[in-house]
Design a protein around this ligand. Structure first.
Ligand SMILES: *[C@@H]1O[C@H](CO)[C@@H](O)[C@H](O)[C@H]1NC(C)=O
Ligand SMILES: *[C@@H]1O[C@H](CO)[C@@H](O)[C@H](O)[C@H]1NC(C)=O
Ligand SMILES: *[C@@H]1O[C@H](CO)[C@@H](O)[C@H](O)[C@H]1NC(C)=O
Length: 459
């Protein structure tokens, strides 16, 4: 652990101090090559923090793991940002790094439950890796070798393990945040775990045209709506406690909770017809309208409304705008009636994000606050990933549509993937003190803040 931190520190120091020429991140949205250059610079800045295999920069450690303070799930999300990077730019520079990490972390059952991580694994953590695999299938990211698990099958494996966890013992259904009872947060049913399962089910349904996935997507949506996670005006709230049978809610709103439901709804819209499609159109439009709470200023700029103004976003939260951008970009293409609403928001936000990328001696490190007009003095994987994704989605009009089975898809599925769907405690390695001090404490703080509630909640 120490070694990784030191190496990562060295890489970041090189970025902060190493360059000679002072410059900003140039971005001309009318010029595709300018967008691609800016995206590549942001991606390279992001990978300076990665110790898992950046050739030429750092010695390869464990593929698919970021050094602390970043959790395992964020490395999976980061691989997703690079899969999308390949889709938008056509640049294959990072593909082998991505494939190596995506396959290294699958675990023995090829379902993103590797023994090194299972002791602190939440449904959302596992699902974020599945969404990266899903992006790979949808964007024709090069397939792994025939002896390896395939992108679509990996996403199906995670779906199968999670469908098995659907919990009828309280609240009339829902997925718990955590998988294992010894983890704090086991009693919390939240929008990101359920939203991720919804998003995955909708996308598997749209990719494979198998109704089972679409039925699940409907089930999750209906449940979230019934307990109020999808609340008035289709605002998406953080979570609810199952010890109280989900009768009270934390009303915090996060960009990624809105985004994950927006893309799921867009996929449902694409895969349905008639009155069902009309229903998803209504839902998608309303979700988008409510998501305007995450844009501020005359030139609407994306911001993390719950933590950016007070400046207390945690490490996870610093990356949420990346996924919000990613899912808005995908939605604009999948559901054309959203295009003219979404694209201007991505344009103004990308322009503002680029202005925040003036950090370090090279003048291209990105900050958290895109409203600042310049670098805000913070740096990290989240800041780089957010800038990368909001910038690259501006290429959405120039890339081909996402594919599905029978419509350009080349990823091989396996509907029964996932191994033993009874969560297998034998796989767990002993919990170390460091693990407890990491995930457990942060989770406890999050649960107290969210369930305890307070005047600072958005509603
Ligand atoms: C799990 O941890 C061990 C010991 O640190 C390491 O050698 C191995 O590569 C790790 N596996 C994964 C999938 O990260
Ligand atoms: C818990 O909530 C569900 C769904 O709203 C309801 O069907 C069930 O009766 C409730 N159980 C109790 C014990 O109140
Ligand atoms: C559809 O998906 C379900 C759930 O994974 C699976 O059991 C079933 O075999 C699939 N059907 C087909 C035709 O692939």
């Amino acid at each position: 652990m120490r070694l990784w931190r030191w190496r990562s520190g060295a890489a970041v120091c090189a970025l902060l101090l190493g360059g000679q020429v002072s410059r900003a991140l140039e971005l001309d949205l009318n010029d595709a090559s300018s967008i691609k250059r800016a995206a590549k610079t942001a991606a390279e800045g992001m990978l300076a923090y990665y110790t898992g295999g950046v050739e030429g920069q750092v010695v390869s450690q464990m593929p698919g793991v970021l050094p602390g303070p970043y959790y395992w799930w964020e490395a999976g999300a980061m691989m997703g940002s690079l899969i999308e990077y390949h889709y938008y730019t056509g640049d294959t520079s990072f593909n082998s790094l991505v494939t190596e990490a995506m396959l290294f972390q699958t675990g023995p059952d090829a379902n993103y439950m590797p023994p090194n991580q299972t002791q602190s694994l939440g449904n959302d953590d596992q699902c974020f890796w599945a969404l990266s695999a899903m992006s790979a299938a949808e964007t024709r990211f090069p397939n792994p070798g025939p002896e390896e698990p395939q992108w679509l099958a990996l996403a199906q494996a995670v779906f199968n393990t999670q469908a098995h966890r659907w919990d009828m013992s309280s609240c009339g259904g829902g997925l718990k945040w955590q998988i294992f009872a010894f983890n704090l947060g086991y009693d919390y049913k939240n929008a990101i775990s359920n939203g991720c399962f919804f998003n995955l089910a909708a996308r598997l349904g749209a990719y494979t045209h198998n109704d089972t996935y679409l039925e699940w997507a409907n089930r999750v949506w209906d449940w979230e709506h019934a307990v109020g996670l999808i609340g008035e005006n289709y605002m998406v709230y953080d979570g609810t406690g199952d010890l109280e049978n989900c009768t009270s809610l934390s009303h915090i709103q996060w960009t990624y909770n809105a985004g994950i439901h927006i893309l799921g709804a867009a996929m449902m819209w694409r895969e349905t017809t008639g009155s069902q499609q009309a229903l998803w159109q209504t839902r998608l439009s309303a979700l988008l309208e409510s998501a305007k709470v995450f844009f501020t200023g005359d030139s609407p700029t994306m911001y993390e409304a719950a933590c950016e103004p007070p400046g207390n976003c945690n490490v996870d939260q610093l990356s949420f705008k990346a996924y919000f951008s990613r899912w808005l970009g995908a939605t604009a293409k999948i559901a054309p009636f959203t295009h003219d609403i979404i694209l201007p928001l991505l344009q103004s936000s990308a322009q503002a994000a680029a202005l925040s990328c003036t950090g370090g001696i090279q003048g291209t490190l990105c900050g958290m606050r895109w409203t600042a007009g310049t670098w805000d003095g913070t740096d990290g994987v989240g800041q780089q990933m957010c800038a990368l994704e909001v910038i690259q989605t501006n290429l959405l009009d120039s890339v081909p549509a996402r594919v599905s089975d029978g419509n350009g898809g080349i990823s091989q599925g396996n509907p029964s993937a996932g191994g033993d769907t009874n969560d297998n405690f034998v796989q767990l390695r002993p919990i170390t003190t460091a693990d407890r001090a990491g995930a457990g404490i942060l989770t406890a703080v999050a649960v107290i803040l969210t369930v305890g509630g307070g005047g600072w909640l958005l509603s």
